[in-house]
Write a protein that binds this ligand. Structure first.
Ligand SMILES: [Fe+2]
Length: 424
């Protein structure tokens, strides 16, 4: 819950609530706050070294899992431990590579046939990333192509998400926060970057709001071990209260509850090809981010890159030490997927110096819970009408598009995951 009656567009009111919140949280902190901060800085530095060592040793610090190991339940305990530490994982070959290449071509046909580039859309509708240094990524505001729906309702996608969601504590103190075996489709957009593209990518950030991490009550409970000074007890995969978090309403702030963000590669892409970068440490980086505004060099009304209705910016001014751990994900083939915890810092490389278009469809995981059920109700209507998905800028480009996905194109699994038919 957020405080009532705050005008989030009024800088004075926002500064006031930031100050008040910091005073309240300071009172929760243990007396040895300075020592704790030193510990956090040391932990971030050590983890960064491990990330670079693993990159040297294995080619990447991001753990990898094969779909067959998920199907046979043979993912090793060591790999699971690494996923929990890194907050990210690559799962290969969710969709067959040749099939995905065909679907990629179909997606290009869809935007060309429907003249995406010629549509006259108000540029003020989509401002979510406007506080980040590198502003406009090559993200297409398209939601309902056959390619996207086929990917979302793919049975292997459901298997991957089940595996991932079972890594969370979904039931805590007798409260079941979500069902790790049932997924809700969360319709998102796709990215396509041409080879040689030197327009800017997407600078490091965390989605899911920004000031809310300090101000919202549910977030204060989630991050309580950190705010109290016991950051080592903080479990990023404890699901308690996660789907009760309140966000400041804004286009492109996620209203659904997502355990992970993720994408599936439509084309081959590796480091240097304008691909995803992560700071693959979730516990230490969250502790650093949340405690950074309480340090001596920060003014009381500043939350270090957190502004209402914007992504949490991670930048040189306040978070240089975190950025030292920013690494590109490994080479991905069509049909491979990458998943990252919703609190993980991520970016898109500024330059695409490869020789092929690098393209991905965002997928994410939104397990079944009341919050996501409610979101599905909105999303179903958007799907049927060809509107933009409910969380995103209301451009509604696909209303009159030819060859859009329709209800009869969905499998039984897809209909369940979209909320059109019940699970049982
Ligand atoms: Fe993001």
């Amino acid at each position: 819950m957020l405080p009532n009656n705050i005008d989030w567009n009024n800088p004075t009111a926002v500064a006031e609530i930031k100050k008040k919140t910091k005073t309240m949280l300071r009172n929760r902190m243990q007396k040895n706050a300075k020592e704790t901060w030193k510990d956090i800085v040391t932990a971030v530095t050590e983890e960064t070294e491990k990330i670079h060592t693993e990159t040297q040793q294995y080619g990447s610090a991001i753990p990898e899992v094969k779909l067959e190991d998920i199907e046979h339940k043979t993912v090793s305990a060591t790999t699971i431990e690494r996923i929990l530490n890194r907050g990210a994982v690559v799962i290969r070959n969710i969709v067959d590579s040749a099939q995905m290449t065909q679907w990629y071509e179909n997606l290009i046909d869809y935007i060309e046939e429907n003249k995406y580039y010629d549509q006259d859309i108000d540029p003020n509708l989509d401002k979510y990333f406007s506080d980040l240094d590198s502003k406009k990524p090559q993200i297409f505001n398209i939601y309902w192509s056959h390619t996207q729906m086929n990917i979302r309702q793919h049975k292997n996608m459901a298997k991957a998400k089940q595996f991932l969601n079972h890594l969370w504590k979904h039931e805590v103190d007798g409260v079941k926060y979500f069902d790790p075996d049932k997924e809700c489709i969360y319709a998102d957009r796709f990215r396509m970057r041409a080879p040689g593209d030197t327009s800017l990518g997407l600078s490091p950030h965390i989605d899911g709001g920004s000031v809310e991490r300090w101000i919202d009550n549910a977030n204060q409970k989630i991050y309580n071990p950190i705010f109290e000074g016991n950051w080592k007890n903080y479990d990023p995969f404890n699901g308690a209260y996660r789907n009760e978090v309140a966000n400041i309403p804004s286009p492109a702030v996620c209203r659904a509850f997502r355990t992970y963000q993720g994408w599936v590669a439509l084309t081959k892409q590796g480091p240097g090809d304008g691909t995803l970068q992560l700071v693959p440490m979730v516990k230490q980086s969250t502790a650093y981010l949340l405690m950074r505004p309480f340090q001596d060099d920060i003014q009381e009304e500043v939350l270090c890159g957190a502004e209402p209705a914007r992504a949490q910016a991670i930048n040189d001014e306040w978070h240089q030490i975190l950025l030292n751990g920013l690494v590109s994900i490994p080479l991905m083939q069509p049909g491979d997927t990458v998943w990252w915890h919703h609190d993980l810092i991520h970016a898109v490389e500024n330059e695409h110096s490869g020789d092929q278009t690098s393209s991905v469809v965002y997928v994410g995981s939104a397990p079944l819970c009341e919050r996501n059920r409610q979101y599905l109700e909105l999303q179903k209507q958007a799907y049927l009408k060809g509107h933009s998905a409910p969380d995103f800028a209301p451009e509604h480009r696909e209303v009159a598009y030819a060859h859009r996905s329709h209800l009869e194109d969905l499998s039984d699994l897809g209909k369940k995951e979209m909320g059109f038919i019940p699970w049982s």
